[in-house]
Design a protein around this ligand. Structure first.
Ligand code: AN7
Length: 409
């Protein structure tokens, strides 16, 4: 264990504060069952922006848990270093950027976490990893497990996973279990399986090591753009918004940034336990028994990381909000047709959220905003085909020419 995780790292329960040595196999507080978070002792650290070298997630290795001995033994597909694209047509004269996580190796932000967590899993000798997933986690875990020569098992809600994600998991050779029920049921299954058999390594986001990789999104944004006023993040199981906030807070603690952004969590109306709680001013989520949305990635009714996400929004003075399926598809179509950026529905929900906040006057055009587009449109061809376009059946070049004449006028 000593060789796997750095010596200045410990685990801490976010509920009761109990501290633990950095055991990669500990996923919840032994005392109260609370979520764990990875903590660093930075008191002796003198880190400046010039110290970071290389590209992608591992550029920030000083702020990641694996020990130095593992730096040249990481399980990597060169994730991170994703494009930060300023919107030019969808919103003119604004200051809004898309952080395009669809450009990661398997097409979603999950890869940032998997490179770190699968690196640890491999070096503690795991032979089999498991995950419940709405699709992207499965696609990512199965890829990184293959790369590490580890077997992967994935548990999916049957019939509710976008085609591209299922196909990727098949391609990566995962053992696929499809259950009757939704993601929340799949996650319960995984938790039971790892309780019975602790040799099987779980990679859902209750595993705090994974979130360490995901926090690097904040590092990339801060390094390239400085600190945004707002960071808008699609929320499902609520790991990513928590990880990104953790990343900004660490930079602030290290005095690498002078201020913090406000965090916005966007949920789909049919799966909005946190946004509903925020609307009603509650401190606990209003769980949804039967979540439903076109954004199947975030079709989650009982987000496991809700305490971390609520803290992120509260501490940053941000907010949660809901968007409808129509607003999501509309944002997805606009992003594709006006900016050439390919977002899957969940990914486009951050844009839908931005447009809504702009309309409500909560966010102004002058504000520096980063919308995290979490996954690539190719993941979900069925969703793209729901966008109405002009598809014209023609038999002759003359017909094409005639129609184009009217279009170009
Ligand atoms: C594109 O793959 O939960 O709030 O099992 O795929 O950290 O859960 C996916 C989540 C946003 C929500 N956007 O992130 C899974 C899974 C996309 C996603 C989220 C997901 P979290």
């Amino acid at each position: 264990m000593k060789n796997v995780v750095k010596s200045n790292v410990k685990l801490k329960c976010i509920s009761c504060g109990t501290e633990y040595p950095p055991d990669p196999r500990l996923y919840k507080c032994r005392k109260c069952g609370g979520l764990l978070t990875v903590e660093y002792d930075f008191s002796k650290a003198k880190i400046s922006w010039n110290d970071f070298e290389g590209r992608g997630v591992w550029r920030y290795k000083q702020l990641l848990p694996p020990s130095e001995q593992l730096y040249d033994k990481t399980v990597t597909l060169h994730e991170g270093d994703t494009p930060l694209i300023k919107l030019e047509n969808l919103v003119t004269q604004s200051n809004v950027y898309v952080k395009f996580e669809g450009a990661n190796p398997t097409g979603s932000f999950k890869d940032r976490g998997m490179t770190v967590a699968v690196t640890l899993a491999k070096h503690i000798g795991s032979r089999l990893v498991i995950v419940a997933s709405t699709g992207n986690t499965a696609a990512s875990v199965s890829a990184y497990a293959s790369r590490a020569n580890i077997k992967s098992a994935i548990v999916l809600p049957r019939g509710k996973v976008a085609l591209g994600k299922l196909a990727q998991s098949i391609l990566h050779g995962a053992l696929i279990f499809e259950i009757e029920g939704n993601f929340d049921d799949a996650l319960d299954t995984v938790r039971k399986v790892v309780e019975i058999n602790p040799e099987i390594y779980p990679l859902n986001s209750f595993n705090p090591w994974r979130l360490e990789g995901q926090k690097t999104l904040a590092f990339e944004v801060a390094e390239e753009l400085g600190v945004p006023d707002w960071v808008i993040v699609p929320v499902g199981n609520a790991g990513n918004i928590s990880a990104i906030w953790k990343g900004f807070k660490e930079l602030y603690e290290l005095k690498l940034i002078p201020k913090l952004p406000k965090m916005v969590g966007v949920q789909s109306e049919g799966a909005s336990p946190l946004a509903t709680a925020f609307e009603r001013g509650l401190d606990e989520p209003v769980f949804v028994e039967k979540p439903e949305t076109i954004a199947t990635a975030i079709r989650i009714g009982r987000p496991i990381n809700w305490p971390k996400a609520m803290m992120a929004v509260k501490e940053s003075k941000g907010l949660f909000l809901k968007v409808s399926d129509r607003e999501i598809v509309d944002a997805m179509a606009k992003l594709g047709s006006m900016e050439g950026i390919d977002a899957e529905p969940a990914g486009a929900s951050s844009i839908a959220g931005y447009l809504k906040l702009l309309e409500q006057g909560v966010v102004s055009k002058k504000d520096k905003v980063v919308c995290v587009v979490t996954g690539h449109a190719l993941k979900d061809p069925d969703a793209m085909l729901r966008i109405s376009v002009n598809r014209i059946i023609v038999s002759k070049a003359e017909a094409v020419e005639t129609i184009l004449k009217t279009v170009s006028q």
